[in-house]
Design a protein around this ligand. Structure first.
Ligand code: PEP
Ligand code: MN
Length: 363
């Protein structure tokens, strides 16, 4: 159920409605929009008794939400959710595309810094790198754990990029929350409901990747798990799904982007690296992802992919990432987006002691 407040409802009106919902034994989620605040009601098994709520000051209407997902839905919030970061103008869901790049896994300090230097120069605002790797084989490299998180914290300090890294369980989430700017929940954990709930209690945005055989509704329900715990900062990610096709590792489902955007206010980005598994397909599908209206890209880059400890086959060489950025910058304005200017200019500003990153139009 959804309580839509009047445009002129006061903060006190909103507080009183939330308090009333809680005394009825439910949970209230007040989500402000540009025109009005909506209060989502969760925790009810059956129908909520709406009578008293409808009479309260500032309430415009009480709507029954028939879809299984509520807080992620556009019924709850008409405008797109824009996720912002302190000390940076990078966003997920704003007019600027979010560009996340880096190696699959952090292997050592030199590797991370070599790649960070190149992706930052090319314009990435976010640095990705796995510290905890969910690998198919127990004998494959499992990640450096906290050591990798420390390396990434130093990358942030040196290059001004925000850090995105995966948590695979409760224990790693505790640490990832302390070090990273965005907590990634991987495809294999998209329906790890206990982990989703824990991420919902974290104080960081969550990048939720679509499970490899998850439907749109299952993805939205996974996001609903996070939001139902009070964390409304969720970014969705299409990363390919399992099909019969064998010319790629996964089949990237770009139709998911407009489908999600119709139903949800949450930002959605695309991972063409895992989505194709093949280096030569990453740039074409990045172009397509931007053209289809994605809010950003997450790309694996490695300076020595042949020696990478994971996902070398799908990692771009830094020069290829440079070229990808050139192409993406040309496509973005066609769909009313731009790629924020970060790279060198921002690094120079950072070195001068400013934490403000400059964003210019379309260059
Ligand atoms: C990753 O981003 O390195 C990763 C393991 O992704 P996914 O969960 O999509 O496989
Ligand atoms: Mn990977």
């Amino acid at each position: 159920m959804l309580v839509v407040m009047q445009a002129h409802a006061t903060a006190e009106d909103i507080r009183a409605v939330c308090a009333k919902i809680e005394t009825l034994g439910y949970r209230a989620h007040a989500i402000p929009g540009a025109e009005r605040t909506a209060i989502g009601v969760t925790g009810n098994q059956g129908e909520v008794e709406v009578g008293t709520l409808e009479e309260m000051a500032g309430v415009q209407e009480v709507i029954r939400v028939t879809k299984p997902y509520k807080l992620v839905s556009r019924d709850m919030k008409v405008e797109n959710t824009v996720i912002t970061f302190s000390g940076s103008e990078a966003t997920f869901g704003g007019p600027g595309l979010a560009i996340v790049a880096g190696p699959c896994a952090i292997e050592n300090r030199d590797q991370a810094f070599a790649i960070a230097e190149r992706v930052q120069r090319a314009g990435a605002q976010f640095f990705r790198g796995g510290a905890y790797k969910p690998r198919t084989s127990p004998y494959s490299f499992q990640g450096l754990g906290e050591e990798a998180l420390e390396i990434m914290a130093r990358v942030r300090e040196s290059f001004g990029m925000k850090i995105v890294t995966e948590a695979i369980d409760h224990e790693s989430l505790e640490l990832v929350e302390q070090y990273a700017d965005v907590i990634q929940i991987g495809a294999r954990n998209m329906q790890n409901f206990s982990l989703l709930k824990r991420a919902g209690r974290a104080h960081r945005p969550v990048l939720l990747k679509r499970g490899m055989s998850a439907t749109l509704e299952e993805l939205l329900m996974a996001a609903e798990y996070v939001m139902s715990e009070g964390n409304y900062q969720v970014i969705l990610c299409e990363r390919g799904m399992r099909t019969f096709a064998d010319h790629t590792r996964n089949t990237l489902d770009l139709s998911l982007i407009p489908a999600v955007q119709r139903l949800s206010h949450l930002p959605i980005i695309v991972d063409p690296s895992h989505g194709t598994g093949k280096r030569n397909k990453v740039t074409p599908l990045s172009r397509a992802a931007v053209a289809v209206g994605a809010d950003g890209l997450i790309i694996e880059v490695h300076h020595e992919p042949d020696r990478a400890l994971s996902d070398g086959m799908q990692s771009l060489y830094p020069d290829q990432f440079d070229e990808l950025m050139v192409q993406v910058k040309q496509i973005a304005p066609v769909v009313g987006r731009r790629v924020p200017v970060i790279g060198e200019a921002a690094a120079a500003a950072n070195r001068k002691g400013s934490t403000r990153l400059t964003i210019g139009a379309n260059s």
